[in-house]
Ligand binder design. Sequence first.
Ligand code: FAD
Length: 525
Amino acid sequence: MQPAREELVERLARSPALDLVVIGGGATGLGVALDAAARGLAVALVEAEDFAKGTSSRATKLVHGGVRYLAQGNVALVREALRERANLLRNAPHLVQPLSFVLPLYGARGRWLERWFYGAGLTLYDLLAGGGRMGRTEFLGRAAALERAPGLRADDLVGALQYRDGQFDDARLAVALARTATARGALVVNHCATVGLTHRGGKVSGVLVEDRLTGRRLQLGARCVVNATGVWVDAVRRMDRAERSNLLAPSQGVHLVVDRAFLPSHSAILVPKTRDGRVLFAVPWLGKTILGTTDTPRADLPLEPEPFREEVEFILGESARILARPPTRADVRSVWVGMRPLVKPPDENPGDTKALSREHAVLVERSGLVSVTGGKWTTYRAMAEDVLAHCMADGLLPSRPAGATVALSLVGAPQTSSHALSEAPGLHLYGTEADVVRSLPGSALELAPGLTEAMVRFAARFEYARSVEDVLARRSRLLFLDARLAAEVAPRVAAVLAQELGEGFDAARSLAEFTHLAARYASVE
Ligand SMILES: Cc1cc2nc3c(=O)[nH]c(=O)nc-3n(C[C@H](O)[C@H](O)[C@H](O)COP(=O)(O)OP(=O)(O)OC[C@H]3O[C@@H](n4cnc5c(N)ncnc54)[C@H](O)[C@@H]3O)c2cc1C
């Protein structure tokens, strides 16, 4: 039986000394905790907010090698990501699935130059996947392109290139990682912040954490501390030494969600070159269409960044170039923003920077604090192996062979999944645990499409949800799909959580906080 959050906190309080404490419960930290637990180490992970509350719930939802990196000539990176794509498809087929992509070709440039240029690039992309290849890039004539991606702008369309990649439910995958790590003995606790580091003889010897639900503080001793706090990595580095300069130069990415009617298709659309030279996607996801993203530098690091007006205009403008029915501001159901942890070039980072790479960075400070940031969701597992290799090479952790997670199925993973992630949400997202959800009270009571009362109970009992937001933003994705509808059902979710969580749960406050948040996601003004 899976331990409750409160039980995990008690076990943390009783743990004499751990091998490893991981700070941050996004893709990166959860990957490290799972890998270390799978290798038999004594591990704890603390997440200040909720699993994937940061960048890890705000991805474009693609499990991919990154066509963009290929264009930059970064072949090794693409190859690694394609290998990890294959691992993810195998280890969590209820949450990670193949998706076909259409790259539309317009006008004379499309007929000649772009067809061959992008065709060659995508064929190379397929080949780099090796045994994990998902299909071959094909040229589609105009009629076939419109059939494959209804909703595509037809005038001047000469055809399209079709290739295959992966998509996922990022926040549910993060929760699955947390639960799989817990099943392997890791003490993984959300709503628990690191508020300080402790040192002995100039070396990091543990962390001071605060349970945000109770205010209780705990001192955790550990041989090794990994700082996996995404864009907040520098704040934790400064807990180690106050005068540290910034490792990161973050930027933000906006996504807009519109109805499926704008892209009534199971294929995504890739725009390989927007007017500012980026890629843009229109992705069918959980019954809606995601449009994005942008890349705008910003110096501050809010937990809930707001979109800039120009970013919304940019996405709507670029979408109008590929969709037959251009969406307007009034069509936007939800807008959400993720902060990208971009690592500055090595020469701007003093200290031990030999391990910095363009994609992710692992930095072992003189104090022994290990910081990891950058990279992408798709490669979280490979990043975790890299982090543990550094910890072991520096003698911070005992050596254990790598590879423990390559074929490790995540909680709920079925053999195969019969539902596409592009379809509306439902019980299929629970994989082998669907029967447990069905057995809970309220399994026939739908609060919103794809969200039953039983799912809320399951979120509280088994998925560590402790607030209305935890349920509606990350166990269900309703906030990301339709923020107004999420606000409408929030009172009923709060009432079910009050039954499940009892006295410690302040339903009125949790509801008020969520209502405020949902109003922001619903607004693109
Ligand atoms: C717009 C956008 C789109 C993207 N799309 C894709 C995509 O389609 N596919 C893909 O593979 N990748 C994508 N990425 C990249 C991917 O999302 C990120 O690389 C990944 O989510 C980063 O995870 P992380 O764990 O490092 O950071 P985060 O997810 O931000 O996790 C850090 C965590 O640390 C916690 N924390 C902070 N301070 C403390 C503290 N003191 N104590 C405890 N906890 C703390 C935070 O609450 C947070 O949850 C995208 C990124 C962006 C910005």
